[in-house]
Design a protein around this ligand. Structure first.
Ligand code: NCD
Length: 324
């Protein structure tokens, strides 16, 4: 695999491969010096045209733990402000010698476009409403960690599906690994057409909480809305928020609660609920680093050939890495 632009680039076997390799990097992350020299001499650039806390820091940490050099580009403080195009920006950065570009952009398709221009590997870190493949990978890893497997599990994705690249990537990844996905949202927050989506739809969160193994909450992505899609946030919370009462039901049933962050406490999740033991949000963030190490290793490291040829032998990598 040369680029990672969409979950579809991986398929079920590819996802499995990343998750298996992630186990090795979880082990590395637990060491006193959580580093291996697998990508020494490689340069990974974060090319972020849109805000990020988790994803950017997570990729950066992952690249450093593999021994790569990192550079960070922030649109807000760059020559884009002086009118430079994305293409010229990419060429300028590439001229410095880079091996991978980790790209986030508010418009769908920009990472695909950059992949066509660039000789470096491109990893999509979120584009518009389209895809966020590494989020889906870390979500799958987190569910496996909590529940053992996704096979036959029932997962509800709740909230602003319409504007969510996370939902699009998660629906594909969860389904590929054998889970059953139900979208729970008001009609105004669902995509105009769900043709081809392997999902059920419900408007009754209370009924769904009684049946599922995982409730995946989405943020109300107000920066992506051009009109009012819910009567009020209070109304939204009453119908679709994880209120303390719903959280009690979920906790009693052992339902795993997830959220990609950033959370709007008091909107999609009640403020005091977010820190309960069945809420896996911090696990998701923690798992993001080893998952992204696995992705970078498969694309840039010794894994890049093994990945297209078949299973990767991850043991020697970790052993050889030592703690030097
Ligand atoms: C998400 C994103 O930016 O796509 N956050 C993330 O990467 N963890 C979700 C969001 O913005 O709501």
């Amino acid at each position: 695999m040369r680029h990672l632009l969409s979950v579809d680039d991986l398929g079920a076997d590819g996802i499995d491969e990343v998750l298996r390799l992630t186990d090795s990097f979880v082990e590395v992350s637990a060491r006193a010096i959580p580093k291996v020299p697998a990508l020494r001499g490689k340069t990974v650039v974060s090319l972020f045209f849109e805000d990020s806390t988790r994803t950017r820091l997570s990729f950066d940490t992952a690249a450093r733990r593999l021994g790569a050099d990192t550079m960070t580009f922030s649109a807000g403080s760059s020559s884009l402000k002086k009118g430079e195009s994305i293409r010229d920006t990419v060429q300028t950065i590439e001229a410095m010698g880079v091996d991978a570009l980790v790209v986030r952009h508010a418009s769908s398709g920009v990472p695909d476009q950059i992949a066509r221009w660039s000789s470096a590997a491109v990893i999509n870190a979120g584009d518009g409403w389209h895809q966020h493949p590494t989020q889906a990978l870390l979500d799958c890893y987190t569910i496996r960690q909590r529940l053992g497997s996704l096979e036959g599990r029932r997962i509800a994705i709740v909230g602003d599906v319409k504007h969510s690249r996370v939902a699009r990537s998660d629906v594909t990844a969860f389904t590929l690994l054998g889970a059953d996905v139900t979208l729970v949202a008001p009609p105004t927050l669902l995509p105009p057409s769900l043709e081809g989506w392997p999902v059920r739809v419900s408007h009754d969160l209370d009924a769904v909480i009684d049946e599922v193994d995982v409730v995946y909450l989405l943020r109300m992505q107000r920066e992506r809305m051009s009109e009012a899609l819910v009567p009020s946030l209070r109304e939204y919370t009453a119908w679709y928020g994880l209120t303390p009462v719903r959280a009690d039901v979920a906790e009693a049933r052992g339902v795993v609660i997830m959220h990609p962050g950033p959370m709007n406490r008091g909107v999609e999740i009640a403020a005091e609920v977010a820190d309960r033991p069945n809420v896996a949000v911090i696990d998701q963030v923690r798992n993001g680093v080893p998952v992204r190490m696995a992705v970078l290793f498969l694309i840039l490291g010794a894994g890049s050939e093994a990945f297209s040829a078949g299973p990767v032998e991850s043991e020697p990598l970790v052993a050889a890495g030592g703690q030097a």
